[in-house]
Design a protein around this ligand. Sequence first.
Ligand code: 1GP
Length: 230
Amino acid sequence: MYEINDWQHVFKLDPAKSIDDDSLQRICESGTDAIVIGGTDSVTMDNVLDLMSRVRRYTVPCVLEISNLESVIPGFDRYLVPSVLNSPNVQFHNGLLIEALKEYGHMLNFDEFTMEGYIVLNHDSKVAKLTAADTTLDKEALYAYGQMIEHFYRFPVCYIEYSGTYGDVEMVKEVKSALQHTRLVYGGGIESLEQAREMFQYADTVVVGNIIYRDLKQALETVKIKGKKG
Ligand code: 1GP
């Protein structure tokens, strides 16, 4: 199966938001590399199960980005485990993980899980508020985070999260310069193919979320970044 190291473009669907069947079909058949199901609040077992079963009508890989324990259900192709490293609260580094392991550690297939070293940079986003992330990082700090994620934690993914706002491409470029093996994922505020292309210059994977619910046509356009990077 297509694996995370091949993903150039993914759509992120929020299980707390509604999407009609026709729009979902167009997203799933758009040629995107994967559908990520994830959100910050109101993520429940019911809405995750409902969305997963609807996405499962299509062949596109479907992965869950874990936001709380209650909504983790079997049946996904992969599970992404975010660790918000610029949060001062250790709960958001590994708290959820410890709880998960205490409860389910005996029955997990660890190969199905991918750790994501998250750096949250939009001060106004829900995730920044929830985690109290330090969104004031300068380029030097960002570079150091990149080194930490790749060389010390050895996470396979570094996720630059600007959720809700379009980020600073210079910051994304800076993190990229610290990474050789770790995959750089960018998400936040992408509303056009041009923006997706700009971030894709440095990011290995571009995540498109909110615009799906506001302007489906523009969202679908962003898939065109896929192909040979030049
Ligand atoms: C959110 O990074 C993703 O976790 C995508 O962000 O919803 O702003 O596109 P947007």
